[in-house]
Design a protein around this ligand. Structure first.
Ligand code: HEC
Length: 127
């Protein structure tokens, strides 16, 4: 037996649920884009990218803060090998990796823009 009159009372909550789920899905999908734009305009990122960055100084900073996990030459130990990491990650991606603390056990670092620029130069020199 078919009922030609749709049961509105039963359909309404389902429609609301579907709409809510679609809206949540859209906001989640937009999140990375939002963060990306935010970071490009981030004054810290702009200060880092404005500095030339000295590879030798970056090497020293790396030995003190990063080598315990990534190895003295970035070949990897607890942390992954950083060889040619500059080909895999953008400059923004590298800065984000160092300052975000999003991938434990790697800690969140807060280097000054100058120190970050030196680190960036060193990371990009790893072939
Ligand atoms: C406590 C250990 C630890 C320390 C200290 C550490 N890292 Fe890491 N690092 C990791 C781990 C683990 C990952 C992998 C994270 C993941 O993707 O899940 C990682 C990932 C990375 C990546 C991304 C590699 C890729 O292939 O995408 C970069 C770049 C990096 N680390 C740079 C650094 C730098 C620069 C420092 C020092 C300022 C540092 N790390 C200090 C553990 C560490």
């Amino acid at each position: 037996m078919t009922n030609p009159v749709p049961n509105l009372e039963a359909e309404l909550p389902i429609r609301q649920l579907v709409i809510t789920l679609v809206l949540i899905g859209m906001s989640i999908a937009a999140l990375p884009i939002g963060f990306h734009l935010l970071e490009m305009r981030d004054p810290y990122v702009q200060q880092v990218l404005a500095k030339p960055g000295v590879t030798d100084r970056g090497y020293e900073i790396f030995q003190v803060n990063c080598a315990a996990c990534h190895g003295a030459t970035g070949d990897g130990m607890v942390g992954p090998s950083l060889r040619a990491v500059g080909d895999r990650k953008s400059r923004l991606g590298l800065i984000h990796q160092v300052i975000s603390g999003e991938t434990p056990p790697m800690p969140k670092f807060q280097p000054s823009p100058e120190v970050m620029a030196d680190l960036l130069a060193y990371l990009e020199s790893l072939k």
